[in-house]
Ligand binder design. Structure first.
Ligand code: CDP
Ligand code: CDP
Length: 212
């Protein structure tokens, strides 16, 4: 039987991954960042200098392995652990462009669907409630002002063009960032992480934790 999926979408640095990780840990669900899949592939195209016109063929011979570790996953691109490269500046600069290609989205979506066949998930991204799992009853859209989001990312010390990524993610033709129909919208600009987690958990009502 397919697992349950809690979908959390929103723009960069709105708090999706921190909130999703915490909610997953509370419920015993698996935490999945769909952005990590796009980042792992973007990393591959950077180190192999793959031009856009060769992306489709390149993807066909890629193996993206998923390894479960303590309620979360790591990604192995052709056997190489991508984890330490996901926030590389070159990856941050390229990922949104890569993610706009339909072949990339199909490749990632099939792997996200496969995960949900086996496990209860808290999955965060840009199109989880709108495209990947539109039928899930648990959908959240986190937002915060652009200034607050830029401050949050700067505090982490990462070089990350979030305004440009937001622009590309919201304007692309395939699966743009939108507020999914039926989602619960939370403006986190003046909220702490703990407050956002509490609101999400309270709105899940009587959703039962995963069996150990
Ligand atoms: O996954 P996403 O890019 O949406 O955001 P994140 O990586 O979870 O959060 C970005 C940073 O903002 C992290 O350092 C969080 O601790 C911080 N944050 C915050 O200060 N207040 C919030 N309400 C949510 C996140
Ligand atoms: O943590 P942050 O929100 O900054 O980024 P992320 O979730 O790691 O996603 C990196 C990029 O992957 C996004 O800017 C999008 O271009 C792309 N992405 C997407 O297109 N669809 C998703 N479901 C998740 C990420």
């Amino acid at each position: 039987m397919a697992g349950r999926v809690i979908a959390i979408d929103g723009p960069a640095a709105s708090g999706k991954s921190s909130v999703a990780r915490s909610v997953a840990s509370t419920l015993g669900f698996l935490f999945v960042s769909s952005g990590h899949f796009y980042r792992a592939l973007a990393w591959g195209t950077v180190i192999e200098s793959i031009p856009d016109e060769a992306l489709n063929d390149w993807l066909m011979s890629r193996h993206l392995g998923v390894e479960e570790k303590e309620n979360s996953i790591s990604l192995l691109l052709d056997g190489k652990d991508a984890t330490s490269h996901l926030s590389d500046p070159e990856v941050a600069a390229k990922v949104s462009q890569i993610a706009s290609f339909p072949c990339m989205r199909d490749f990632v979506n099939s792997r996200l669907h496969a995960l949900a066949e086996e496990r209860d998930l808290v999955m965060e991204g840009r199109d989880i409630g709108s495209v990947v799992f539109p039928d899930t009853p648990w959908k959240f859209y986190l937002d915060a002002s652009p200034e607050e989001r830029a401050r949050r990312r700067a505090r982490e010390g990462d070089v990350d063009p979030i305004a440009e990524r937001d622009r590309l993610d919201s304007t692309r033709v395939t699966a743009p960032l939108v507020i999914p129909e039926g989602s619960d919208v939370i403006d986190t600009t003046r909220m702490t992480l703990e407050q956002v987690v509490d609101v999400v958990i309270s709105r899940l009502g009587n959703l039962q934790p995963s069996n150990p």
